[in-house]
Write a protein that binds this ligand. Structure first.
Ligand SMILES: Cc1cc2nc3c(=O)[nH]c(=O)nc-3n(C[C@H](O)[C@H](O)[C@H](O)COP(=O)(O)OP(=O)(O)OC[C@H]3O[C@@H](n4cnc5c(N)ncnc54)[C@H](O)[C@@H]3O)c2cc1C
Length: 479
């Protein structure tokens, strides 16, 4: 998703520069989108709600443990929230300052059950390689001689198959839907984090893109997701507050959006209110072990925290910590940007994805955020002017009233997605280190999947069964 957020659709939609007359829809060529639609045949798993797993169902033999969570981003905080709700002791250790940038603060804020196609999908590599030639394109690879990057690329290539898409679709759908339910429940409790449950529109400028999105929509329907394919008139009726220059769009009513900064602040407050402790501006550089090999203490400059369970939720920095423990989790940073207009000429009611440009658009109160770009392998915090220009230009192409000058002088926000090579998070207990749980690699879906990730970790620690089979997310699957 992200420029996001439709990243998982990289394989299924062409950027505007590729829409020449002879560049026909994948539907007519039998290309990736039609293959996914025709061959997916994904089973409609019955969706089991995590809400059934009440504290009362916790096995009597389990004793209360103290969990150390390394990383206080959206994944770490949701994990702390869920563990505390389950009655556990929790300490979160986070490198960032309180209220600082936890990696998701100004992201697009999209919650996306519509994103059931993993990043590694057929056609994705070819498209990505073509985009490498365009400096303003939404995709780039920071090429350098690096065995880790080469291995990641090889694994990505190996997983870009229809079989892989088929294997992942139901699990991604279930994870997103469960997360969405948990966000809605949090809002029902009276928590304010700007949740808007009106759906997302995949906006398409070209018929080619609309045909491809319609093909994905048919697969979504086969997965029992609600979806509507709309022409330009229907799109305008759905969101009359903004002028759009599009051929049509696909509406996913179950997607929603929120204000990520408010969510992070709320989660932090909630963790503290529930009795958790957060240690800010503390970088864990070492995790010591007991004689039997289990983890004992998380240590950094001037502090040490002892625990019985450890969760690594450090975003792109998780890989380095895990490799010190002898675990190899291939992961690359996927750098992206957002630009937020404080007083836009028009504000849509719904969030959207500019399909060909891969830019996410989110109304946040009276503000309007544009987020996009995926620079694989880029760890730095610098903003690339050409890619920012690409985002700004695409805004005006879909929304003619949003002028490029409106972005003058805006400070871009830069974030890094933790990207696994198969498009699935790393979520589960280590088989080598029994008191270690890994919760990272969510790429462009970290916000969307954060509550369910927290609930899965809490289930693992308290000994409850997970809400569905999650073996595909095994953190040691590439060992
Ligand atoms: C432009 C953009 C738009 C996006 N839009 C969306 C969206 O709409 N929806 C969505 O679902 N996702 C979106 N994402 C992705 C989402 O932001 C990430 O998936 C998410 O932030 C990952 O969360 P995390 O907690 O795993 O990692 P992070 O957010 O990176 O947090 C990790 C935390 O761990 C801390 N840490 C790391 N190592 C250590 C250590 N050794 N000791 C102590 N602390 C440590 C870091 O300081 C940080 O606070 C977007 C990303 C970008 C860049």
């Amino acid at each position: 998703m992200a420029g996001a957020q439709g990243w998982s659709r990289f394989g299924n939609a062409a950027p505007p520069s590729e829409t020449s007359p002879d560049n026909k829809s994948d539907d007519t060529r039998g290309g990736p989108a039609s293959k996914i639609r025709l061959e997916l045949g994904i089973e409609q798993d019955s969706f089991t709600s995590m809400s059934r797993l009440t504290p009362a169902s916790r096995p009597l033999c389990m004793t209360k443990s103290k969990t150390i969570i390394i990383g206080g981003g959206v994944i770490g905080l949701c994990t702390a929230w869920q563990l505390l709700e389950a009655g556990e002791d929790v300490v979160v250790i986070d490198a960032a300052a309180s209220g600082g940038d936890n990696g998701a603060r100004e992201n697009a804020g999209l919650i996306v059950p519509s994103h059931f196609i993993p990043l590694a999908a057929p056609g994705m590599l070819a498209k990505g390689l073509r985009w490498l030639l365009d400096r303003e394109s939404p995709f780039a690879i920071r090429m350098r001689p690096s065995p880790a990057l080469a291995r990641w690329g090889w694994l990505f290539h190996r997983h870009s198959t229809l079989e892989h898409v088929r294997d992942c679709a139901a699990i991604l759908r279930d994870l997103h839907l469960e997360s969405r339910r948990m966000f809605a429940e949090l809002a029902d409790e009276g928590e304010h984090f700007g949740l808007v449950q009106r759906g997302l529109i995949m906006l398409c400028k070209t018929q080619h893109a609309l045909d491809e999105e319609a093909a994905v929509a048919r697969t979504a329907a086969s997965l029992a997701l609600r979806v509507d394919v709309l022409d330009a008139t229907a799109v305008a009726k759905l969101d009359p507050d903004i002028t759009m220059d599009v051929t049509g769009g696909v509406h996913f009513p179950d997607d929603c959006h929120l204000d990520p900064a408010r969510l992070l602040d709320l989660l932090r407050e909630r963790v503290i209110r529930l009795g958790g402790r957060i240690r800010h501006e503390a970088v864990v550089d070492e995790i010591t072990r007991h004689a039997d090999g289990t983890l004992a203490q998380a240590r950094g400059e001037g502090f040490a925290e002892r625990g019985s369970q450890f969760v690594i939720a450090g975003g792109i920095r998780s890989e380095a910590l895990l490799s010190k423990l002898g675990l190899r989790l291939p992961m690359q940073p996927g750098k992206g940007y957002s630009l937020t207009l404080d007083a836009p000429a028009q504000v849509p009611q719904l969030c959207s994805l500019l399909t060909e440009a891969k830019v996410a658009v989110t109304p946040i109160g009276g503000r309007l955020r544009f987020a996009g770009t995926m620079e694989i392998g880029a760890r730095d915090a610098g903003a690339n002017p050409a890619r920012l220009r690409g985002i700004i230009r695409s805004a005006g192409r879909y929304f003619p009233e949003i002028r490029p000058e409106a972005f003058d002088g805006l400070r871009p926000w830069v974030g890094h997605r933790p990207v696994s090579p198969d498009g699935l998070p790393y979520l589960g207990r280590s088989r080598r280190i029994p008191n270690l749980i890994v919760a990272t690699g969510h790429a462009m879906m970290g916000l969307s999947l954060a509550p369910v990730t927290g609930a899965v970790v809490a289930a693992l620690i308290t000994g409850r069964p997970p809400f569905r089979d999650l073996s595909a997310l095994d953190p040691e699957r590439f060992h």
